[in-house]
Design a protein around this ligand. Sequence first.
Ligand SMILES: [Zn+2]
Ligand SMILES: [Zn+2]
Length: 269
Amino acid sequence: MSPSEIIRIPILPFNIVNAHLIKSGAGCILVDAGIPGSERKIARILSRHGLSFKDIKLIIVTHAHTDHAGSAACLRQLSGAPILAHKDDADFYSRKQPMTFCPTGRVGRLFLKTPLPHQPYEGFVPDIRMKDGDSVKLQDFGVDGIVRHTGGHTPGSIAVELSSQDALVGDLVASGILIGGIAFTGHAIRPPFEDNPRVVASELKRMVEAGAKRFHMGHGGPLAAAEVMRHARSLSNITQSPATACHCAHPAHSTASNQSGNGRSANHL
Ligand SMILES: [Zn+2]
Ligand SMILES: [Zn+2]
């Protein structure tokens, strides 16, 4: 299998919001779909690399926030590619449940008061639906890598790990200032929202220990493994008293999480 190339798609300038393409000899995989109306920006980057919508073989949506899932339904129509996503965010994708947010601090709380995180998008049902701790190998799509359920940021967050030691992790970690990007993009920060920092910490540590060297993210980045490890260690030290813990409700997922018993999709702090 020929080595794949990671191409960043700037959905907003200064790395504030990114999607990515994994380009291989067989075409490409789109990781995240940007905010609603991102299709023209994505088309421009595709054509700059000699590709078109028809070369997209798979659309991986890392989680249900509008800046990642916003244009997925439209891009599926334009490309004919299936959407891969996790069942634990499915009710958000289909718009059955309103999205819930656990702010990580002042920036997240302020951001939540703006219309941006609540921007509605066309609902969809993923064609390939991961459940619990499922993983999906990407060989059939021409890429040597795997998609795993990583939870932590939202109940159904997933991440892509490639044999090239690149990891595409959505919002498992961000870098920069404010909501991410702009400046200091080599410095890891928590994204504005995060359900469970401990789950995030253990997933990031696992990926670094498994050999991931470069982390590509939705906000800011890319980050080197050592910085991701530093961030993961500081996340594991967060102690949440009942007063500061986030009580974001994910009613559709609490039962599934309890039943699965693996704790990976636990999202109530
Ligand atoms: Zn997010
Ligand atoms: Zn995001």
